[in-house]
Design a protein around this ligand. Structure first.
Ligand code: SAH
Length: 204
């Protein structure tokens, strides 16, 4: 019989086209990143609370955003909003190096513990304000923001490589849209992709 995990993965994969992302979805077990009181719901396609008033996004959306980054094996990626660490693990499967920043120390440390336990050696988990990026490892081939901002932080555009892709939900507390940007000749060209609802990006 098909398990809940297999069923969820089949559903997610039916919406993807990038085979590498499909493999990463199969490989990374979302349950590992879910707090113990929520584990029963790990394989439902819904966002879940992860403590500190934050949430892990719906897995089909995480997968779809990952696909939009058009990742290649040698890419260096910046994630803003580590949260549970699930998205970071998917990125680590698909790229060479991942820097992930979370402003809440408790979440950042928990995610780092889980990622280390699972054997990821290509993820650097940092605590701080990710809206300022992390210039030390820039430029990034891809930048993904998993909290919603009012606009695209300029420092993140600055730290994107030529040809780099940026995915970010933009909007107010109720309604937001996923925006995809590509940097060409130093300028970001953007397109609106999908209406969504994320927790806010807090700029300090
Ligand atoms: N990608 C996560 C889900 C993130 S939820 C996962 O896979 O589980 C969004 C996270 O962004 C929250 O944990 C929130 O604390 C964090 N956040 C909000 N503003 C931030 C900022 N300026 N810098 C870093 N993290 C931020």
């Amino acid at each position: 019989m098909e398990t809940a995990r297999q069923k969820l993965n089949e559903y997610i994969k039916s919406q993807l086209t990038d085979h590498r992302v499909e493999i990463a979805i199969e490989k990374v077990d979302r349950k590992e990143f879910i707090p113990s009181d929520q584990k029963d719901y790990a394989y439902m396609d819904v966002p879940l609370p992860i403590g500190c008033s934050q949430t892990i996004s719906q897995p089909s959306l995480v997968a779809w955003m990952t696909e939009q980054l058009e990742l290649k094996e040698n890419d260096t990626i910046l994630e803003v909003g580590t949260g549970s660490g699930y998205q970071a693990a998917l990125l680590a499967e698909l790229a060479k190096e991942v820097v992930t920043i979370e402003r809440i120390p408790e979440l950042s440390q928990r995610a780092e513990r889980i990622l280390t336990k699972l054997g990821y050696t290509n993820v650097t988990a940092m605590t701080g304000d990710g809206s300022k990026g992390y210039p030390a490892k820039a430029p990034y081939d891809a930048v993904i923001v998993t909290a919603a901002g009012q606009n695209i932080p300029q420092l993140l555009i600055d730290q994107l490589a030529e040809g780099g892709r940026l995915i970010i939900p933009i909007g107010g507390p109720i309604a937001q849209e996923i925006i995809k940007g590509i940097k060409r000749e130093g300028k970001l060209t953007t397109q609106r992709l999908l209406p969504v609802r994320f927790v806010p990006l807090i700029e300090e």
